[in-house]
Design a protein around this ligand. Structure first.
Ligand SMILES: NC(=O)c1ccc[n+]([C@@H]2O[C@H](COP(=O)([O-])OP(=O)(O)OC[C@H]3O[C@@H](n4cnc5c(N)ncnc54)[C@H](O)[C@@H]3O)[C@@H](O)[C@H]2O)c1
Length: 240
């Protein structure tokens, strides 16, 4: 039995394309994977296909998030997110709340639920999936980008607080990734797709597996000296 096979990862947004790839990569690394997402067929199908445990939960409900923390978790991969594309000036402030709840408060609540156990056991990996729009901005994504940018300051601060317990906290910022969600947007806007492909130095959209590989690295024992960092997986469309 390897050390990794005794460790457990909790993956939020597990039923999304990126979440599914993250579950598969952590499973391949030998971890026990707990998959959480909104209840439904997609989560059930994922759990059946990968033979992992599904923990349905609505992350906007603090009590449901706290219940997830009752499982001992060594690796948290916070993938769940809610995208909205709209002009900021005409957006309805009432709608901002849900984005903040899913994109920033939920990862904070998840961390609050699992960090005490990690600290007690003296080992942990916190990996947050943000977005390149948090670093570079993106027209039509002001509220989304603001909530995703909050993850950067949050992760760096938790990284400082938890470091002495060998708990690391890092952020992945995906650029344009070929997922069901981005396909739905780009299929309707072929000129946007062309422009995007021209702007990406590596010339293609990324894959969910590209993001998952970065998550798996940051979740691994090999990344023990990496904390408080932000890594873009974006084909070079922004560089910093
Ligand atoms: N696809 C991209 O190009 C891209 C780019 C940058 C960042 N991201 C980020 O990567 C992550 C995954 O993106 P994706 O495109 O694979 O999937 P997605 O954005 O379509 O899905 C995100 C997942 O979050 C879950 N979710 C939403 N609200 C929830 C709630 N209240 N409770 C529990 N779960 C909830 C959804 O059910 C879904 O499975 C997201 O955080 C997204 O913001 C994606």
């Amino acid at each position: 039995m390897t050390l990794e096979s005794t460790r457990t990862a909790l993956v939020s947004g597990a039923a999304s394309d990126i979440g599914r790839a993250v579950c598969a990569s952590l499973l391949a690394a030998g971890l026990t994977v707990l998959a959480t997402d909104l209840p439904g067929e997609r989560l059930d199908a994922l759990a059946a296909e990968l033979e992992i445990e599904a923990l349905p939960a609505d992350l906007t409900d603090p009590a449901q998030v706290a219940a997830l923390g009752e499982h001992p978790v060594d690796v948290l991969a916070a993938v769940a997110g809610l995208p909205v594309v709209e002009r900021f000036a005409t957006s309805d402030p009432v709608g901002w709340d849900l984005l903040w709840q899913v994109n920033l408060r939920a990862p904070m609540l998840l961390t609050h639920a699992v960090l005490p156990g990690m600290t007690e056991r003296g080992w942990g990996r916190l990996v947050y999936v943000s977005s390149d729009s948090a670093r570079a901005g993106a027209g039509g994504e002001a509220v989304y980008a603001a909530t995703k940018a909050g993850l950067l300051g949050f992760a760096k601060s938790v990284a400082r607080e938890a470091a002495r317990a060998s708990v690391t906290a890092n952020v992945i910022c995906p650029g344009p990734i070929d997922t069901e969600r981005s396909r739905a947007i780009l299929d309707e806007r072929p000129r946007l797709r062309e422009g995007l492909l021209r702007a990406i130095p590596l010339g293609t959209l990324g894959t969910p597996e590209d993001v998952a590989a970065a998550v798996a690295y940051l979740a691994s024992p090999a990344a023990g000296y990496v904390t408080g960092q932000t890594l873009s997986v974006n084909g070079g469309i922004t560089m910093s």
